[in-house]
Design a protein around this ligand. Structure first.
Ligand code: SAM
Ligand code: SF4
Length: 351
């Protein structure tokens, strides 16, 4: 089992990090503040096999059977959004890969005309043995969550002693030729904030972007948030002090800030939802595993689309419904005012 980040496959300089491409086609999905939404994050399930301390500390407990979208409903949602100009979709969860039909869903979506980019976010469970099936299903863009590069801390944060297996899985993704490999790490005071140098070393010779995500307060994690939240400015100040620079933004790029360094092949990204102007570059919509359209990650219950997903003949009706809801998208998430909305944890709408 490989646990040493330094043993990962190296990518020769000057391989650049992947950036969100400029808006590739126009989308009808716009809001009253002039923002465009070419990107959909689609949650396939709320269930998860990990117990990340900031997300599902007691694990996932099913409430009702069969409540998540079926494969035909998922395909109809995707058809509807792609028809409105969405060109990037991320499959997320919960843990999307625990669905037994995950590969079939990915296969069908990746072959869909009009879609330029199909990505997924995973906790990396069994990644080393499953990477090939993901690749064969047409998946080329993977985000893997790794909240610590120390096996023991990783186990304490996620409830699983699987860091080695996940790092092996990333090596396998590199070997297979995934176009984008990103590593998500939630920034946690006293749990991983002292590992920034380790992550910098991790990407130094690899075409991988590490994304630090500022811990977000949800309905369920108030005490945890109060103890472990650290401002994203901690990461940016640290990186700048080590000679990292903010990479130029591309038109249509999302709210992540990307840092680059002349001696690093890989990059470091920062997603800091509490930072000023974060919402200005919002380019994404979300659909929950129960078929609710969420115009913002925080602050609203979602609008049910499920009744428009029951047969293939409803696509126009579905699209009209989606367009009619765009006017309700607010300018910002109001997190600064302590708003957490009804999002009990991010496993419910996919982060
Ligand atoms: N299970 C998959 C995973 O963990 O990568 C996908 C779903 S998870 C909800 C998506 C991302 O949200 C992960 O990178 C996770 O670390 C992040 N996340 C979950 N809860 C969060 C919180 N309260 N604040 C910031 N990021 C969070
Ligand atoms: Fe599961 Fe992802 Fe939440 Fe961790 S962050 S508990 S892996 S859904």
């Amino acid at each position: 089992m490989v646990c040493n980040p330094g043993s990962l496959v190296e990518t020769p300089w000057p391989s650049a990090f992947e950036k969100e491409p400029a808006v590739a086609r126009t989308t009808q999905l716009t809001d009253t503040f002039g923002r465009q939404f070419p990107y959909l994050r689609l949650s396939l399930t709320e269930a998860c096999n990990f117990r990340c301390t900031y997300c599902l500390p007691n694990g996932y407990h099913a409430i009702k059977k069969d409540m998540f979208l079926s494969k035909p409903e998922i395909i109809r949602i995707v058809r509807g959004f792609v028809g409105l100009g969405v060109w990037k979709i991320r499959l997320t969860g919960g843990e999307p890969t625990i669905r037994t039909d995950f590969i079939e869903i990915a296969e069908e979506i990746s072959a869909m005309e009009g879609l330029k980019k199909l990505a997924f976010t995973t906790n990396g469970y069994k990644l080393s043995e499953r990477a090939e099936s993901y690749f064969s299903a047409g998946l080329r863009h993977i985000n893997v969550s790794i909240d610590s590069l120390e096996p023991d801390r990783f186990r304490r944060i996620t409830g699983h002693d699987r860091l080695g297996e996940i790092l092996d899985g990333i090596v396998e993704c590199q070997r297979l030729g995934f176009e984008t490999i990103k590593v998500n790490a939630v920034l946690l005071k006293d749990l991983n904030h002292d590992e920034l140098d380790k992550y910098i070393d991790f990407v130094r010779s690899k075409n991988i972007s590490v994304r630090f995500i500022e811990l977000m307060r949800t309905g369920e994690n108030k005490d945890y948030f109060d103890t472990h939240h650290l401002s994203g400015a901690y990461v940016s100040d640290f990186l700048m002090s080590k000679g990292w620079q903010v990479a130029p933004r591309e038109v249509g790029a999302g709210p992540a800030i990307e840092f680059i360094h002349p001696s690093s092949v890989g990059s470091i990204g920062l997603i800091a939802p509490y930072s000023k102007d974060f919402c200005e570059s919002c380019n994404r919509l979300r659909v929950s595993a129960k078929g609710n359209l969420h115009l913002c990650l925080f602050g609203e219950l979602g609008y049910s689309l499920r009744s428009y997903l029951q047969n293939d003949g409803q696509i126009e009706e579905l699209q009209e419904k989606i367009l009619s809801l765009m006017k309700y998208k607010k300018e910002t998430h109001y997190l600064h005012q302590g708003e957490t909305g009804m999002t009990e944890h991010l496993a419910s709408i996919g982060g």
